[in-house]
Ligand binder design. Structure first.
Ligand SMILES: Cc1cc2nc3c(=O)[nH]c(=O)nc-3n(C[C@H](O)[C@H](O)[C@H](O)COP(=O)(O)OP(=O)(O)OC[C@H]3O[C@@H](n4cnc5c(N)ncnc54)[C@H](O)[C@@H]3O)c2cc1C
Length: 365
């Protein structure tokens, strides 16, 4: 059985690797694999700190996927390269009284879902992360929310797929149907089953996805510590700064990722002055030492959002599966997505039925 995967971001590469490891013949169609939103992402694996009242659907699937992460990272480390999984956890900081009240709402909401998090006064936060500034008033410790180096992961997955025999076709898909993938140049890639994993661009590839997948722009910065500057934190630091959310994710080698803005701006990927200004200003209020860092990259990417911001993983028609719509959590959900696609191909029950695109066909949402 030949499987065509369309899209080589974290989702398509993870799906392809799971399928080829299970003995399937896989061809991956993408003019520029390892790019897309995946190349710019923060790499947080954060089902708890991404949870918010009204978005409860993420917590169970995100937690299930997070459980798979250590094994997923370990397999990749043995097969190709170390994806830099960081297990130091996350702290969440609040700047002013309104931010602290919002964090309290989050803590209470998590407690109501059976997830207790530890509340910490500013002093205790600074004991954990000495770089946190004096104006931070309080926070939470969330030891289970982890992070991965998005770029090391993509390089590793690309290499693992090539080594395992995945055939990469450097071309753009124009449409996906039962029977295969129609390429932009008019040729086709025949396949028994095709998997649409083209992120924010997926909606263009199959009529059933029209209006279901939208691009959600996000800007993000890469800083690098310099000699004499305070070292980056040991954990991911998330914060609310006058109601804006900002996160700082350390990478080995002294880089610090600062993200991220979120706008509904179509397919625009310009990095705006205001976006960079706010991220830098908020980062500096949380970790004052970042003012001495080098600003090495400003980038924007397009998350794929569905109507309820949960992924779309399931059959669109016989021979066509979709795996997209991961919005802010494509890295977190990559192992679960890959396992779900394999289960569906094997005719086993969907391990995350809440993501089945049939929920929209039934008019439930
Ligand atoms: C600023 C920012 C920060 C983020 N931070 C996090 C985070 O901390 N944690 C987390 O879990 N998630 C995060 N995300 C979300 C995450 O990046 C996405 O959910 C994830 O990258 C989606 O992966 P994907 O493979 O579906 O899509 P993409 O990474 O966008 O990849 C899509 C691929 O499809 C290809 N493609 C497009 N059109 C076609 C076509 N017609 N034919 C063939 N190929 C095509 C592209 O070339 C690309 O390689 C962040 C996103 C952004 C923008």
């Amino acid at each position: 059985m030949q499987i065509a995967v369309v899209g080589g971001g974290v989702v398509g590469l993870s799906v392809a690797w799971r399928l080829v490891s299970a003995g399937r013949r896989v061809v991956l169609v993408d003019p520029a694999p390892t790019t897309g939103a995946s190349w710019v992402a923060g790499g947080m694996l954060a089902p708890v700190t991404e949870t918010w009242p009204g978005e409860e659907g993420l917590l169970p699937i995100g937690s299930a996927s997070l459980e798979s992460w250590p094994a997923f990272a370990g397999e990749l480390r043995s097969a190709a390269a170390d994806p830099g999984l960081r297990t130091d956890g996350t702290v969440v900081a609040a700047l002013d009284a309104a931010d602290a009240a919002q964090l309290e709402t989050l803590a209470e909401h998590l407690a109501s879902l059976g997830r207790e998090v530890e509340r910490l006064p500013g002093r205790a936060l600074r004991a954990l992360e000495p770089g946190i500034g004096p104006s931070i008033r309080s926070g939470l410790l969330v030891p289970g929310d982890l992070a991965v180096d998005n770029r090391e992961l993509l390089r590793g997955l690309h290499k693992a797929n090539r080594q395992a025999g995945v055939d990469f076709v450097a071309a753009s898909a124009a449409a996906v149907r039962g029977g295969g993938v129609e390429l932009a140049d008019g040729s086709t890639v025949d396949a028994d089953v095709s998997v649409i994993a083209a992120g924010a661009w997926s909606g263009r590839l199959h009529p059933a996805l029209g209006g279901l997948v939208r691009p959600v722009k996000g800007e993000i910065l890469r800083l690098r510590g310099r000699p004499g500057a305070l070292p980056p934190p040991g954990r991911t630091v998330r914060a609310l700064v006058e109601s804006r959310s900002v996160y700082l994710v350390p990478r080995s080698g002294g880089e610090l990722i600062v993200g991220a803005t979120q706008y509904e701006a179509g397919f625009d990927t310009d990095v705006t002055v205001a976006g960079v200004r706010d991220l830098l200003a908020d980062a500096e209020r949380v970790l004052p030492g970042t003012g001495e860092y080098a600003l090495v990259e400003c980038a924007a990417g397009l998350r794929a959002g569905s109507r309820d911001n949960l992924p779309l993983i399931g059959w669109l028609e016989p021979g066509v599966l979709v795996a997209t719509g991961h919005h802010r959590n494509g890295f977190l959900l990559a192992p679960l997505t890959a396992a779900a696609v394999l289960a569906l191909l094997d005719g086993r029950p969907h391990p995350a039925p809440v993501t089945d695109p049939a929920r929209f066909r039934k008019g439930e949402t």
